[in-house]
Design a protein around this ligand. Structure first.
Ligand SMILES: *Cc1c(COP(=O)(O)O)cnc(C)c1O
Length: 227
């Protein structure tokens, strides 16, 4: 038996913190899925996480994910890839081919591009709408006051493929208020999936009902500089 790697130890710590936060909130830990955010980290680190039992991964960029995931999938066909970064319409087709879930649907033009790509590819990933809960001009996500209409439109268009909402709260505000807002929107629209919480705040997100937390640094360590 080999001693477990630093990465495997970090992963174990995150898993036990997820379980603790779930218990504290009176929730079943199995109802909270961990998305391991592997952006900027090499395929070898992802392989290490897979060996330690992790199955769902998040990547920001289509190009980077296309370079890393096909080979990993050949070895581990049951892994899942979520695209979580802002998506350009000209990457829609690659994204639809590659992803199991796209978490960053945030505007009508992207909905059009994804629908067209799905027709061409004969497959459609699951979709989450990203809501800019803090209405920050520099951030991705549909603005708060446009979110209800956009969610309704996408539910009509994509049916059950549109399964939930995602948000990234402003760095300088209490995230709990943003998690609560996202949760009430999801409830209002009958959407089951809530992707919220990152390394700094996933226990709070679980307290507010997160079904998926997106954790990078706490598992993989600091990201290497942007390639
Ligand atoms: C990078 C990123 C994360 C992970 O952030 P950490 O602070 O490293 O856990 C989560 N969600 C999105 C959308 C990201 O871009």
């Amino acid at each position: 038996m080999t001693t477990s790697s630093l990465l495997a130890q970090r992963l174990e710590r995150v898993r036990s913190e997820i379980a603790a936060a779930a218990h504290k909130a009176g929730r079943n830990p199995e109802d909270v899925e961990l998305v391991a955010v592997s952006k900027f980290h090499p395929a070898s680190s992802i392989a290490e996480a897979i060996a330690a039992g992790q199955r769902i991964f998040g990547e920001n960029r289509v190009q980077e994910a296309s370079a890393k995931f096909p080979a990993l999938r050949e070895l581990s066909p049951d892994i899942k890839l979520h695209l979580i970064g802002g998506l350009q319409t000209n990457k829609a087709r690659d994204a639809v081919q590659l992803a199991d879930r796209i978490e960053s649907l945030d505007r009508p033009a992207l909905a059009d591009a994804l629908a067209k790509a799905a027709d061409a590819c004969g497959r459609m990933p699951e979709l989450l709408i990203e809501v800019n809960t803090g209405n920050e001009p520099q951030k991705f996500g549909i603005a708060r006051d446009q979110a209800d209409d956009f969610i309704r439109l996408c539910q009509k268009r994509f049916g059950e493929k549109l399964c939930g909402l995602m948000c990234i709260p402003p760095a300088d505000e209490d995230p709990t208020l943003h998690f609560q807002l996202l949760r009430s929107m999801a409830l209002h629209h009958g959407l089951p999936v809530l992707s919220m919480g990152m390394s700094a705040d996933y226990p709070q997100a679980i307290a507010q009902g997160a079904t998926h937390v997106r954790v990078g640094t706490a598992i993989f360590g600091p990201r290497p500089t942007i390639p």
